[in-house]
Design a protein around this ligand. Sequence first.
Ligand code: GAR
Length: 196
Amino acid sequence: MLRISVLVSGGGTNLQAVIDGIENGFIENAEIVRVISSNPKAYSLERAEKHRISAMVIGKSNYPDAEARTAALIAALDEARTDLVVLAGYMSILDPKLIEAYRGRIINIHPSLIPKFCGAGFYGHHVHEAVLAAGEQESGATVHYVDEGVDTGPIILQARVPVLEGDTAESLAARVLETEHKILQEAVKTIAASEK
Ligand code: GAR
């Protein structure tokens, strides 16, 4: 069984996609052993609780010191005997120490077609606003491995969606989010299958 810890900061629809994928049998040979939120108010925490997944907050609110925060994150991942870390709407940048400790075992979902609209400052609605401002005809989502850069690790899967006339950042975000859920489920399924 692939033991997955999911790091979140917000609503957690991508977390829910992984939970659902496991519960409905699409993703085999995997379980979510822990949810860690950087934000004490994240709705993701309720989602975890509803599905009886161990959830905790490790963020600036309870660990203001960056080094202590990274140590707490590594300890929490280790304690859960994590095989795979999934960043699902996680809005902090991981310290190189954590990346080193979990090298090749951290994946991230990003709401654009990397290498476009990624890197520092490109997160959440900022991404979709930039896509619209650039007059792009398509956007999409990317699942990739995480390395020390921001959104720079090897790409696992991408999916495209059209930008439609009259799109707002919200309507584009919703279309991209739907495709995020699919490729994140697909990526986790593939990784879990390769661990059998
Ligand atoms: C998703 O669109 C995710 O790709 C994005 O935040 C949203 C979280 O939604 N992540 C980033 O921008 C990270 N750079 P969710 O909480 O409903 O999964």
